[in-house]
Design a protein around this ligand. Structure first.
Ligand code: ADP
Ligand code: MG
Length: 256
């Protein structure tokens, strides 16, 4: 589905990502883990076109997409959420999800249909789809609330809903469980499984080792920009290089 080949990103003298190679299979949930500053968010930005790599390639379904701008990457169906919250705070929950639908439409020229009856039918379909997504993500009760008023858990769910609204084929989630308690995380894990069940391939960055163990088909571990391990959750957790990388970092305790 997706191939990352010797991907490298230099910031001045720092290699934030250094020759990283791995692939993603259709329909799998692949987690990217690693200590703070390991290059996880940089990797996501390189895949989605928000950063241009210094070296290496990204291939999607066999096609080279390296260096394409973000809207072109999104048009092909690769969509990410941001570690920083990126919903429009002054828009309502519903409006945010409606905007999310346009992420792919814009790239495919939906403006052409504006003011036509086809456009109005299209808008109605978007509205219906947005309501369905709000229902699925448990956001229906807060659909008319400005996003700035939403509690943390709802905000995270809204980020996912906005991303899913763009009909991704590959969804990249950067730290979606941050600030959630175990119960909220379990609920979010169910949502992610549901997204995958709709045929979406999922790449996930998380610090939450319990969540990682529960949801990942496979795991890629980064440290200082390099891939240090790859395998099943069990395999990577018992890998000496991974244990070493996490040593003395209580906040990332592998057994937590
Ligand atoms: P992670 O998401 O794994 O915590 P990042 O990908 O955000 O790590 O960052 C990897 C490294 O690259 C860090 O040392 C970070 O400070 C650096 N970095 C990230 N973005 C930039 C940037 N825009 N300019 C300079 N350095 C950056
Ligand atoms: Mg990050």
């Amino acid at each position: 589905m997706l191939q990352v080949e010797t991907l490298t990103k230099w910031f001045g003298g720092l290699a934030a990502l250094d020759g990283v190679t791995f692939h993603v299979m259709p329909g799998e949930i692949l987690s990217i883990i690693g200590p703070n500053g390991a290059g996880k968010s940089t990797l996501f930005k390189l895949i989605t076109g928000f950063l241009v790599p210094s070296a290496g390639r990204v291939r999607f379904q066999g096609e080279d997409i390296t260096g394409l701008p973000p809207h072109r990457v999104a048009q092909r169906g690769i969509v990410r959420t941001f570690q920083e919250t990126t919903v429009f705070r002054e828009l309502t929950t519903l409006e945010n999800v409606v905007v999310g639908h346009h992420v792919r439409m814009r790239a495919t020229g939906w403006e052409v249909f504006l003011n036509s009856s086809r456009a109005r039918r299209h808008e109605a379909a978007i509205y219906d789809s947005a309501l369905e997504l709000l229902e699925y993500f448990g956001l229906a009760p807060v659909r008319d609330e400005p996003a700035r008023n939403l509690p943390h858990g709802h905000l995270r769910a809204l980020e996912m809903a906005v991303a899913v609204a763009a009909s991704p084929r590959v969804l990249l989630l950067d730290e979606p469980f941050t600030g959630m308690n175990p119960q909220e995380t379990d609920h979010a894990l169910d949502l992610v499984r549901g997204i995958r069940a709709r045929g979406v391939t999922v790449l996930l960055v998380t610090h939450d080792m319990r969540a990682m163990r529960r949801i990942s088909d496979r795991v890629v571990v980064l440290n200082f920009g390099r891939k240090i391990a790859e395998g099943s959750p069990d395999e990577v957790q018992n890998d000496p290089a991974v244990v070493e990388a996490y040593l003395g970092r209580e906040e990332h305790d592998l057994r937590a």
